[in-house]
Design a protein. Structure first.
Length: 142
């Protein structure tokens, strides 16, 4: 390597470093001291009252009990997005709430038995009444 090549290399290196620090300097300071939280970390408050009573709001119960894995950014969503895309579907089908092929019975059996990377959810995690509401909400295929 001659001197001209060496100094050109150094110049490029310096430019890359300068460019990199400019990008970092331009990033907005995190609001409230921390970066915005992804949806799977912003679940609604769990409804108060008797968890064994039927008739709860399936969407809210899904977001509370399944959301930390199945909302946007959750590990269940990440795995299922890859699975659905390998089946030729669009990435939005990684979210269970966007699926139209799930039946309530299938949802219930996956929740109680677990499936591959998904751990089984006990009646303490999700009561039967809560699961009924969640399965009705997700089971758009009946
Ligand atoms: C600890 C994380 C976690 C929780 C909590 C969780 N899941 Fe899952 N779920 C997963 C993962 C990961 C998969 C993908 C499993 C695989 O194929 O490896 C999955 C898969 C599923 C599937 C199968 C989808 C398919 O295409 O076959 C259903 C249905 C499901 N979850 C429903 C639920 C419901 C309803 C709840 C809440 C009661 C829930 N899950 C809670 C992680 C979770």
């Amino acid at each position: 390597m001659n001197n001209a090549t060496l100094s050109r290399g150094l110049l490029i290196g310096a430019l890359v470093l300068a460019g990199g620090s400019a990008v970092l300097a331009d990033a907005p300071p995190p609001a409230g001291g921390h970066p915005p939280m992804p949806p799977y970390m912003m679940r609604p408050e769990a409804p108060t009252g008797d968890r064994l009573k039927p008739g709860g709001d399936g969407k809210v119960l899904f977001e509370v009990h399944c959301g930390y894995c199945h909302l946007l950014g959750g590990m269940g969503t990440n795995l299922l997005t890859k699975q659905r895309m390998m089946m030729g579907e669009t990435p939005d089908k990684g979210l269970l709430a966007n699926r139209t092929d799930l039946t309530a019975d299938y949802v219930k059996s996956v929740v109680r038995m677990g499936k591959n990377a998904m751990p089984a959810q006990t009646r303490v995690d999700v009561t039967d009444a809560e699961l009924d509401a969640v399965a009705k909400y997700l089971g758009k295929a009946g």
